[in-house]
Design a protein around this ligand. Structure first.
Ligand code: NAP
Length: 281
């Protein structure tokens, strides 16, 4: 597995396993199968409501803690430094761990400054090896960097062939923030798995469209965390380190960019209000 080195020296696998939308009662099995397939980096969140199941799978795997890279995320409602620390403690208990490797602020909404101060404290206390953010547009990211001590190690944002985030990628690179993709397959939207360009490139390498997408992201130095509940696809999505896309193929895929979200814009006032009001137990 290839690693990236975050801005504080922590090493993170460039490919991991995401568990968004896996129901809690299926998550333990999916994560157990992912660990058996060879994944060592897991991405969950308080808002996914499956941290306990992720924790059970980790414990049952028998894999040494220092071989794993565990990410979880703080939800918007936990505003204020004390509430942030309580929310982190709850995530830690649900996961059954004594630290996490990466703690992300899930959304750029609410009292982000006190959340970030508390996350800096958690980092200083050794409870979190690295801290970062998610769904931050570049303006919000630069604002957070400018007014705080610690620069986020990671920004996890929607990134796939139809929304490539080239400008954000450059900004993040310039500020030492690791770009991490969520939704690398756009959850299959826009017929990603039968896109003619991806199919043509996949055919040249004897690979699948999914593998080409992951390879394309990895060659852009973007961390990927594809989700699947199927062991065959888990294995397929890991098998992307034995071929290389040419510059020409990278350009063909670059041409698929629509520079538009296939989900929603994090600056849409309706979504800011909707997500800001969502409560997570
Ligand atoms: P995704 O990984 O783009 O797509 C998952 C979908 O693709 C599932 O329907 C899966 O179906 C299918 N799939 C997976 N591998 C495949 C393959 N090789 N061939 C064909 N189909 C395949 O979507 P995502 O889960 O939204 O994103 C990945 C992770 O990013 C999440 O799990 C989560 O950890 C993170 N995320 C974060 C945020 C955020 O706001 N920070 C938002 C969304 C997601 P099966 O499961 O049936 O195989």
């Amino acid at each position: 597995m290839k690693n990236v080195t975050l801005n504080n020296g922590v090493e993170m696998p460039i490919l991991g396993f995401g568990v968004y939308q896996i129901p809690a009662d299926q998550t333990e099995q999916a994560v157990s199968e992912a660990l058996a397939a060879g994944y060592r980096s897991l991405d969950t969140a308080a808002a996914y409501q499956n941290e306990e199941a992720v924790g059970r799978a980790i414990r049952n795997s028998g894999i040494a803690r220092d071989e794993l890279f565990i990410t979880t995320k703080l939800w918007v409602q936990d505003a204020g430094e004390d509430a942030t620390k309580r929310a982190f403690d709850s995530s830690l208990k649900r996961l059954g761990l004594d630290h996490v490797d990466l703690y992300l602020m899930h959304q750029p909404y609410g009292d982000v400054y006190s959340q970030w101060r508390a996350m800096q404290d958690l980092n200083a206390a050794g409870l979190v090896r690295a801290i970062g953010v998610s769904n931050f547009h570049s303006d919000r990211l630069v604002d957070l960097i400018t007014h705080n001590d610690i620069t986020p190690a990671v920004n996890q944002i929607e990134t796939h062939p139809f929304h490539q985030r080239a400008e954000e990628n450059e900004y993040m690179r310039g500020h030492g923030v690791q770009h991490e993709s969520w939704g690398p397959f756009a959850e299959g939207k826009n017929n990603l798995f039968s896109d003619p360009t991806l199919t043509a490139v996949a055919g040249v390498h004897g690979k699948s469209e999914a593998q080409v997408v992951l390879r394309w992201l990895i060659q852009r130095d973007v961390v990927v965390i594809p989700k699947s509940v199927r062991p065959d696809r888990m294995a397929e999505n890991l098998d992307v380190f034995n071929f290389e896309l040419t510059d020409e193929q990278m350009k063909l895929i670059a041409a698929l960019d629509t520079e538009t979200s296939l989900f929603f814009d994090h600056r849409d006032p309706k979504m800011v209000s909707f997500l800001g009001q969502r409560r997570v137990d």
